[in-house]
Design a binder for this molecule. Sequence first.
Ligand SMILES: CC(=O)N[C@@H](CCC[C@H](N)C(=O)O)C(=O)O
Length: 375
Amino acid sequence: MKPLIEIRKDLHRIPELGFQEFKTQSYLLNLISTLPQDHLEVHPWETGIFVKVKGKRPAKTIAYRTDIDGLPIIEETDYEFSSVHEGMMHACGHDIHMTIAIGLLSHFAADPIDDNLLFIFQPAEEGPGGALPMRESELFQQFKPDLITALHIAPEYPVGTIGVKEGLLFANTSELFIDLIGKGGHAAYPHHSNDMVVAASHLVTQLQTIVARNLDPLDSAVVTIGKITGGTKQNIIAERARLEGTIRTLSPEAMLKVKNRIEALIQGIKSGFECEAVIDYGSNYRQVDNEPALTREFMEFAEKSNGVEVIECKEAMTGEDYGYFLEKIPGFMFWLGVDTPYGLHHSKLKPQEEAIQHAVDLLIQYLTYKGKRNK
Ligand SMILES: CC(=O)N[C@@H](CCC[C@H](N)C(=O)O)C(=O)O
């Protein structure tokens, strides 16, 4: 097999959006077909893949999950291997995540452990969410993993460090799409129209009051509007406007509260601006809850590993549909330091590639330890 660094470059070139990861899937399947096949069972699922590595004397199945999709971002790195898919980029590190999974798979395909391993190459983490349908699939029901692990790159941590904590790690998320429909008209006759650019501007400002004024200050939440579109021309009053955003909370109860407030504010906009409004919450992800005992054991294990520094981190407002796997299977996720000044979802994100081998080394040791009989 090619060196992992080259595999990462290949994957970085071909980012694809959720459930359109056709080239990525075929690239991965190709690579997997070059590995020793004696212990492997390979099952494509939609644009993802399950790969089972049959254990030597299995008593349980340990799953390892990577996400595989990219983001609709115009890449601005100076990589010679930057995206060849216009307007798309691996700006959340899934190219790194996949490469680490391939590094692990190639090791265990040649040298299986006692227990079974299940590698999950999951589509659509950025939306609309591949974890839940994958978890509910008939294939997954057959594998029945007993525990599960995954990682996510952390731009702010040095290479060689991992960040992890017991319990809540990532937030509950809900996408948010609001369409406002009023009455367009000539820019010079505002009194004959209902201007949705003005209505949208009011609504964006009002949405900021939910976190500031409706939630307990000790119960964190985020309401971000990342995109506004509306109108057709500078001298036409806009008949329609669309807000696109995301909600993040540290509990399902707070999510409900935020949504109730959004709906109340929209009622006000509807009557104040005499318009219609349609709300769509898109995809919703469950919080990532790390199982305490397994997480603690992993932290202690990692602390004893050469060249690894463990940081006990705080929870983050990022979301991850991996939370749906953790809802049913005990396990954890951790942050992997990749030391880059630009954050996740930034067009200049350039993770340090040495982090790949660090993660592979640590996880080979950990999975081998967890999957050993008579420890
Ligand atoms: C780790 C990460 O950045 N995850 C994404 C998950 C996206 C969830 C969904 N599409 C949404 O926008 O709510 C994140 O943005 O946190």
